[in-house]
Design a binder for this molecule. Structure first.
Ligand code: AP5
Length: 228
């Protein structure tokens, strides 16, 4: 199952991608995580990407396309994946279609996470990430049980460098300008499913996504067997 999670910053894509990846046993591929890892490792890609990420701007298409292509070609992606944060421009979407076509595949579902601007600002300004294992928390909505420490590994929780108020607003502006048009692109291809992400019950959203995936898989298998 080839799945894309599309939506504004802070919509909950990463949180849901983690849950779906575990539940369906397919890898979670986050372009943001891959870029942040490259920045931390000081690779050539990371050095080029850092300035864009810190300003809340999109990293140039070719840099992101290269890291995503490398990842998708790995063996663990053969049965499917959840792509979170990619594509983000029309040109990235077209490259992804071509990448999958070359592998004899197509995207099955694009989940569009719709969420209010207020939720985005509240979620991103309260987000905390474990510096050791990358687990994702929120000061109010998804708190850790020990203040400032990760429940999973005991690592220290930090704010992401691009979660400062002025950068959050810039990321939202960039999303409206460069990414929102993809909703129309995928709607036209008939694979878009909207998920209302304002609901604070994370597990309810996971269930809706999971049910939609199961229904789509079932239909696909019926069509594969010639049953309409
Ligand atoms: P990226 O890392 O992709 O960031 P983003 O898209 O801005 O998304 P976020 O990670 O901020 O939010 P999310 O939707 O995953 O929400 P989360 O689940 O964490 O990209 C960062 C940067 O990298 C970009 O700005 C760009 O520079 C670059 N980049 C990445 N991909 C690129 C591409 N394709 N092309 C070019 N450049 C690219 O949730 C947020 C918070 O809310 C958390 O605290 C969470 O605990 C909480 N939460 C989650 N769900 C709920 C809920 N239902 N109720 C209450 N709280 C919730």
């Amino acid at each position: 199952m080839m799945i894309v999670f599309l939506g504004p910053p802070g919509a909950g894509k990463g949180t849901q991608a983690e849950a779906i990846s575990k539940g369906k046993n397919i890898p979670h591929i986050s372009s943001g995580n891959l870029l942040r890892e490259a920045v931390e490792d000081g690779t050539e890609t990371g050095i080029k990407a850092r300035h864009y990420i810190e300003k809340g701007l999109l990293v140039p298409d070719q840099i992101v396309v290269d890291i995503i292509e490398d990842r998708i070609l790995k063996n663990d992606c053969k049965a499917g994946f959840v792509l979170d944060g990619f594509p983000r421009t029309l040109s990235q979407a077209k490259v992804l279609d071509e990448m999958l076509r070359n592998l004899g595949n197509t995207l099955d579902i694009v989940f569009y996470f719709s969420v209010s601007k207020e939720s985005v600002v509240q979620r991103l300004s309260g987000r905390l990430i474990c510096g050791a294992c990358g687990a994702n928390y929120h000061k109010i909505y998804v708190p850790s049980s020990k203040d400032g420490l990760c429940d999973k590994c005991g690592g220290k929780l930090n704010q992401r460098a691009d979660d400062k108020p002025e950068t959050i607003l810039e990321r939202l502006r960039v999303y409206h300008e460069q990414t929102e048009g993809l909703i129309d692109y995928y709607e036209k291809s008939g694979i878009l499913r909207e998920i209302s992400s304002d609901d604070r019950r994370v597990e309810m959203i996971t269930k809706k996504i999971s049910d939609t995936i199961d229904n789509t898989l079932q239909k696909k298998s019926l069509i594969g067997r010639g049953v309409n």
